[in-house]
Design a protein around this ligand. Structure first.
Ligand code: PLP
Length: 247
C-alpha cells in the first residue's frame, strides 16, 4: 500500500510532476469557476490521497493544497501521524462502517460519506463524548446504482431532517460519485441534478442556525472541470494530481 521512503531521485521527479499537475488543475478549476459565474477561490480543491506516500502528500500540502481526503480508515491511520496537517484540513471520503467511526472523530474535520442515520448517530455520539463538532456531508447515490453507497434522492429529505436533530454534528452539504461513464454530457446531467438538490436544501436549511450548507462535493480527475461548471464547490482529485495509482 504505502511505498515507504522513495528513492531520492524518484521522489524529486514525483514532486516536480505534482507541482506541474497542481498548476494545471488550478487553472482548469479557475476557468470552470468563471464559466459558472464564480470566483476561482470559491471552489476548493481536495487532494484524494489513497495509495500516495506521505512524503508526496506533504509536498502537495507545502505547495498549498489545504484539503486532503483519504477513503480507507486503516490507510488514514497508517499515515496520520506523519501528515503535516497544521494548515490542511483532513477529510474522510470513502465508504464507512459504523464500527470504524471511532477512528475518525477527532482526526478528520469532515466526513463526506454519511448515508444513514445509524452512521450519523455514531458520529454525533463520539463527537459529543470528545467535546468537539464534526462536519459531515450526505452522500447521494445519484445514479441509483446497486451496490453503491449513498442515499437515494427520495430519501434525502427525511435523512436531513433526522440528522438536523443530532448534537455536535454539522451538516455542511452533499457529496456524490456519479456512475462511471465515458460520456461527459451524461455525467453532467447527474452533476446538475446534484446541484438542484444542493440548492434545495441550502434554501430549506438556511433558517437552522446549526447547519451551514456550503459544500457540494463532486467531480474527480476525469470530470472535475465539468463538475465545477455544474456548481461543485469542492472537487476531489487524485490521479490527475499525483499520477496513476500503484496499488
Ligand atoms: C479516489 C477518489 C477520488 C479521486 O479519484 P481520481 O479519479 O483519481 O481523481 C475522489 N473521490 C473519492 C471518494 C475517491 O475514493
Amino acid at each position: 500500500m504505502m511505498e515507504g521512503l522513495l528513492h531520492d531521485d524518484a521522489l524529486q521527479t514525483r514532486f516536480l510532476s505534482v507541482e506541474e499537475n497542481l498548476k494545471e488543475i488550478r487553472e482548469r478549476i479557475a476557468e470552470a469557476a468563471l464559466k459558472s459565474g464564480r470566483a476561482p477561490e470559491d471552489v476548493t480543491l481536495l487532494a484524494a490521497t489513497k495509495t500516495v506516500p506521505v512524503e508526496v502528500i506533504n509536498h502537495a500540502i507545502h505547495l498549498g493544497v489545504d484539503h486532503i481526503g483519504e477513503n480507507r480508515v486503516q490507510e488514514l491511520l497508517d499515515k496520520y501521524d506523519a501528515l503535516d496537517l497544521s494548515d490542511c484540513a483532513c477529510h474522510f471520503i470513502g465508504h464507512l462502517q459504523t464500527n470504524k467511526v471511532k477512528y475518525l472523530v477527532g482526526r478528520v474535520g469532515m466526513i463526506q460519506s454519511v448515508d444513514s442515520m445509524k452512521l450519523a448517530k455514531e458520529i454525533s455520539r463520539l463527537s459529543v463524548y470528545q467535546g468537539l463538532s464534526t462536519d459531515i456531508l450526505i452522500e447521494v447515490n445519484i445514479g441509483r446504482e446497486e451496490n453503491k453507497s449513498g442515499v437515494l434522492p427520495e430519501a434525502l429529505d427525511e435523512l436531513l431532517d433526522e440528522i438536523s436533530t443530532l448534537p455536535s454534528i454539522r451538516l455542511r452539504g452533499l457529496m456524490a460519485i456519479p456512475p462511471v461513464s465515458d460520456d461527459l454530457s451524461q455525467t453532467m446531467t447527474y452533476f446538475s441534478k446534484m446541484y438542484e438538490y444542493y440548492v434545495d436544501i441550502k434554501e430549506k436549511k438556511s433558517d437552522n442556525k446549526r447547519d451551514h450548507i456550503d459544500v457540494l462535493s463532486m467531480g474527480m480527475s476525469a470530470d472535475y472541470a465539468q463538475a465545477v461548471e455544474c456548481g461543485a464547490t469542492l472537487v476531489r482529485v487524485g490521479s490527475s494530481l499525483f499520477g496513476k495509482r500503484i496499488y
